[in-house]
Ligand binder design. Structure first.
Ligand SMILES: *Cc1c(COP(=O)(O)O)cnc(C)c1O
Length: 361
């Protein structure tokens, strides 16, 4: 008999069961072609439909205005760490970053290869347990960069910092893309590795306001230019056909359950269930993130001792609650409850944590 566990891994992460089942059904013979989608040309009519649908679902679900391009690229969000300065950097202007954890640190490191980076706000002083407030970007910056959600620390942006109209706001939304309704017009660029909230590893979604495509210097290698990928509709070279196909199935699933506003409601309910257990535990569970910065996607917490943390992870695993060990830089436990994690799964975890506390405090 097939077994499915409750998968709380931070990424790659759990996917909607319905999407996996469709993929399974279509695996050997995609719609009467006698071939798997993995074996079909990226220039075929069948694939073209998938490609177009995946992009139009992104536009529809996020409510993107017409002047935004949707790109499907390879190399993960980590490749965008340098693609951002390559495409948006302006000679003599600073690139401004908010430093909220390990991912922003990596983004900053890559940007420094291309020019001057200014860190305008940071939460490093308190082990990245909060999102800085009153962030001010200069009106002279080339662009302003934030990390929408910090998987390791369990913090998330809910209020977007303002930027001058000439300074595009760039957001790494790898771990919170489509977790809540946003106003895309606030952003010049949004990028996200697919493997947390919208699909499998192997493809990165990049959303760019079209006027920004013109900034890149002609003297840039072709594959590094968003402009080329936009002109070629992400088909300049062989695109990751399978990964985009899976994203399409996951986005169709999201659409079928009511889109981003419906998933936001569920996400808030899911996160609240776990934060309520933490807050009601008389200090047995200690949340890492400050309550005003708590992520809807990654709930991070500690127990009184490392031994209890290890025991809790082990016992959870025996209950088919998988992937709860925290990242080494904060320790403790982390429940990643991305869009595809069900209410039922979070309920099971909340019940387990309540019982574990009663038995071990
Ligand atoms: C997971 C994650 C990344 C890493 O993405 P890759 O696709 O593995 O390069 C980058 N940024 C954020 C915010 C993440 O959560």
């Amino acid at each position: 008999m097939m077994k499915r566990v409750y998968n709380f891994y931070p990424g790659p992460a759990t996917l909607p069961l319905g999407a996996l089942e469709t993929a399974q059904k279509e695996l050997l013979d995609y719609k009467g072609t006698g071939m798997s989608i993995m074996e079909l040309s990226h220039r075929s009519k069948q694939y073209a439909e998938i490609h177009e649908k995946a992009s139009s679902l992104v536009k529809e679900l996020m409510g993107l205005p017409d002047d935004y391009s949707v790109l499907w690229l390879q190399g993960g969000a980590s490749t965008q760490f340098y693609m951002v300065p390559v495409n948006l950097g302006i000679q003599g202007k600073k690139m401004e970053y908010v430093h909220t954890g390990v991912w922003s640190k990596k983004a900053i490191k890559e940007a420094k290869f291309y020019g001057d980076v200014e860190i305008v706000a940071s939460s490093e002083d308190q082990n990245f347990s909060y999102i800085p407030k009153d962030i001010v970007f200069s009106d002279k910056a080339a662009y302003a960069h934030i990390t929408g959600n910090n998987t390791i620390y369990g913090t998330e942006f809910f209020n977007w910092p303002m930027t001058h109209t000439s300074v595009p706001l760039v957001c790494d939304m790898s771990s919170n893309i489509m977790d809540k309704v946003i106003d895309p017009k606030k952003f010049g660029v949004i990028y996200a590795g697919a493997q947390k909230n919208i699909g499998p590893a192997g493809v990165t979604l990049v959303i760019v306001r079209e006027d920004l495509l013109q900034r890149v210097s002609e003297n840039t290698p072709t594959m590094q230019k968003w402009k080329i990928h936009a002109e070629k509709d992400s088909l300049f070279n062989t695109c990751p056909v399978w990964a985009i196909y899976m994203c399409k199935l996951c986005l169709e699933h999201l659409q079928s359950i009511g889109g981003v506003s419906a998933i936001e409601k569920a996400n808030r309910q899911k996160a609240k269930m776990l934060y309520d257990v933490i807050d009601g535990s008389n200090g047995f569970y200690q949340g890492h993130a400050r309550p005003d910065s708590r992520s809807l996607m990654n709930v991070t917490f500690n127990l009184p001792t490392p031994e209890l943390e290890a025991a809790c992870v082990k016992e959870a695993t025996e209950h088919d609650l998988i992937g709860l060990k925290g990242h080494r830089s904060v320790g403790g436990m982390r429940a990643s409850i991305y869009n595809a994690m069900t209410l039922e799964g979070v309920q099971k975890l909340a019940e387990f944590l309540t019982t574990f506390k009663e038995e071990n405090e």
